[in-house]
Design a protein around this ligand. Sequence first.
Ligand code: ZN
Length: 240
Amino acid sequence: MDDIARFCQMVNESQNIVFFGGAGVSTESGIKDFRSVDGLYNEKYDYPPEEILSHSFFFDNTKEFYRFYRDKLLIDGVKPNVTHYTLAKLEEAGKLKGVITQNIDDLHEQAGSKNVYHLHGGIDKYHCLKCRKGFGLDYVKKTKGIPYCDCGGILKPDVVLYEETLDDRTVSESIKLISSADVLIVGGTSLVVYPAAGLINYYRGRKLILINKQPTPYDNYADLVINKGLGEVFGALKLV
Ligand code: ZN
């Protein structure tokens, strides 16, 4: 049996699957991976993206932060791909219990997924730093430069920036989901960056599937390793 056939079998046999996804899930929709060779880190900007997308830079240089943020992260016309749609279908069929993602886009939601945990927050939500009022992406898109609340306060994206800690509730819900999963599919992440590596240590089952184009430090712990693109693997999934 080849690796994709084994993948199909494991998915078909389980009613309790959890998916943990990294940048590779979104790159096939045309969103750039911050850490990959041809990702944003190699693009010319006044500061490295890692510095721009940090907590201190946001407060020290809000205008420059939003110039980069609007230019690189608020991209129009990005659509979910076969991986997002297949995961939504698996959830609808009652087989997938949730998606945990490191991505800040809302492609899983656009594809129809309901139970999605964004470890790094999302570009779809904002709040006023003065009165805490919440705003959506549509509001921010209609503004230019730094977006402001009607009270005059600056809006900050609900994205976990560098130097910031993850949301406790999102982390504990993710741990709960992972530790009770029958099948854990980890896809599109090299598993070298916190918190991905730490979180999958909570998995207790014997059906850990890793799908990533390159090898990861966890390959030896996995029950199935597929070094292929996610779209190729999820595109080949046939539910019985
Ligand atoms: Zn306000």
